[in-house]
Design a protein around this ligand. Structure first.
Ligand code: NA7
Length: 485
């Protein structure tokens, strides 16, 4: 791939940044740096350490295609195994040679044909190409609840778990019932003195099994052909396609199947009719990101668990007071309240050509041509950028397809066909118009709920077409949509 001796800087040593760095090195780029503000790799898997943390994408599908892992112990991998996997990949591919830990890039400015980077430490660097792989759900959202500072017990966000706090014998409140809150409740039910789940909006729960792989299976998976056959990677991609079809067409077989599974799960798993009604969502399945759980309904029916559906009024010294006036006395409060999904690489100050500010460009909402490129931000490409596919399928797979596309953009620059390359403004405008129109047809928009999928205008900020449409789009850039200088 490499002809010119370009310097490429990758931002973020999570799943996507490691992928980019591995692929760039394979292509012969030796002027390479991977900046990571923390002291370890893994991104979201480094930051989230809460009890019950599990990836809800099957383990063998949440794996780089070039680095399979026969050793996954469960069908859905525990977070600690995912983190271990990324650490293994980091070591195996020798990424330490190019990685700068503890360096938070705070500024990236395009000037005189190059990107000028500055870190919080004062370190400066320059690059011909920047790859932003800074993650999607990265900035914890802590809602401003009255009295939050007055609580005398321990209080923290799920992505900032305080392991110095013992939970045994404690009264624990968990706010939020997205995938995170549901996993925490499942892990803590019966293990603490009293567990209170504060639910603002009921969620559909998709039943899933999470068995163990036997030692014999794991040994057999050392043979790639056996693994391939057992995991049926092509079959999995077909199911991802059906899942995305279900999002854009509620009459599809996939949508009906998922809805039936969720309804059945609620009916069959929850015995008390009052509790069942409290747990029954008033929106369509798939409207919010689907929560997969083998055991949440059992956990919330545990005698020491309690579901609270009254809105939270305030937090006080001794616990959480709900709108009905009841004080729920607690020792620990966990905010499983999600993330700011619109930040992306911000708070990095990114300035493109002619002083164009990213903050101003994204003032209404984050946007990028096919989630990858932005006009007047030449040679700046994103992995898992705005409005790309994020759903109940493997973001690793998504990033690999995006990398296939970005590699072709880099090749143009590398071959000397362009010094500066980015999408044209009209190409982004056209893409955004098509994307927004399609997004209004999805269940995320029409399903009667709010979620982190929606941007500040209430429009789904995600890929509104099928998975196979995405794979096709990532095959080769439409060169007419790019400006080459
Ligand atoms: P989510 O899916 O964004 O869920 C956040 C939850 O927190 C959700 O149940 C919210 O209720 C609830 N929430 C947020 N603010 C409040 C306030 N102020 N009061 C009560 N409840 C509140 O985040 P997760 O961490 O669970 O999952 C994020 C993604 O990580 C997940 O989708 C996977 O992709 C992995 P709401 O539904 O808005 O009423």
């Amino acid at each position: 791939m490499k002809d010119r001796n370009l310097r490429v800087v990758v931002l973020g040593a999570g799943m996507a940044g490691m992928l980019a760095t591995i692929k760039l090195r394979e292509a012969g780029f030796d002027q390479l740096a991977l900046y990571e503000k923390a002291d370890n790799v893994g991104g979201t898997w480094r930051e989230n350490t809460y009890p019950g943390l599990t990836c809800d994408v099957p383990s063998h599908h949440y794996t780089y295609t070039f680095e399979r892992n026969p050793g996954w112990t469960r069908h859905l991998p525990p977070g600690v195994e995912v983190q271990g996997y990324f650490q293994h990949v980091f070591a195996k591919y020798g990424l330490a040679e190019v990685t700068r830990f503890g360096e938070e890039v705070t500024e990236a400015c395009f000037d005189n044909g190059r990107w000028h980077l500055r870190c919080r430490s004062g370190l400066e660097d320059e690059a011909d190409i920047v790859i932003a792989a800074t993650g999607v759900l990265h900035h914890p959202r802590l809602p401003a609840i009255d009295g939050i500072d007055s609580f005398r017990g321990a209080l923290f966000h799920s992505a900032r778990w305080d392991h110095s706090v013992t939970l045994e014998g404690k009264r624990v409140g968990v706010i939020g019932n997205g995938s995170t809150g549901v996993q925490i409740i499942s892990a803590l039910a019966g293990k603490v003195e009293h567990l209170v789940h504060f639910q603002r909006t009921a969620q559909w729960i998709m039943p899933v099994e999470n068995g163990h792989f036997s030692p014999e299976e794991r040994q057999a998976f050392e043979d790639p052909a056996v693994l391939e056959e057992a995991m049926d990677f092509a079959g999995y991609n077909a199911s991802v396609d059906a899942y995305t079809q279900a999002i854009i067409d509620e009459e599809s077989e996939g949508a009906k199947g998922i809805a039936a599974a969720c309804f059945g799960n609620l009916e069959q798993s929850v015995t008390d009719p009052d509790l069942r009604e409290k747990l029954r969502p008033d929106h369509k399945p798939l409207c919010k990101r689907l929560v997969f759980s083998p055991d949440y309904y059992q956990a919330i029916q545990h005698p020491q668990s309690q579901l609270v559906t009254e809105d939270i009024a305030s937090i006080e010294e001794d616990g959480i007071r709900t709108q009905d006036g009841v004080l729920h006395e607690l020792d620990v409060i966990v905010f499983a309240t999600g993330f700011d999904a619109s930040a992306f690489m911000r708070p990095i100050t990114v300035t493109g050509r002619d002083g164009k500010s990213l903050d101003a460009f994204w003032a209404d909402h984050p946007k990028a041509y096919y989630a990858i490129s932005m006009p007047d931000f030449p040679n700046f490409f994103m992995l898992n950028g705005p409005n790309g596919p994020v759903g109940n399928f493997s973001l690793i797979d998504i990033a690999e397809h995006q990398w296939h596309y970005i590699a072709q953009l880099i090749e143009k620059i590398s071959a000397g066909d362009a010094d500066e390359l980015c999408c044209k403004a009209e190409a982004l405008r056209d893409f955004e118009q098509r994307r927004t129109e399609a997004a209004r047809e999805t269940v995320w928009f029409k399903g009667g709920c709010t979620s982190w999928y929606l941007d500040s205008r209430g429009i789904p900020a995600s890929w509104p077409w099928t998975y196979s449409t995405f794979v096709d789009a990532m095959n080769e850039p439409q060169w007419a949509d790019f400006e080459l200088r």
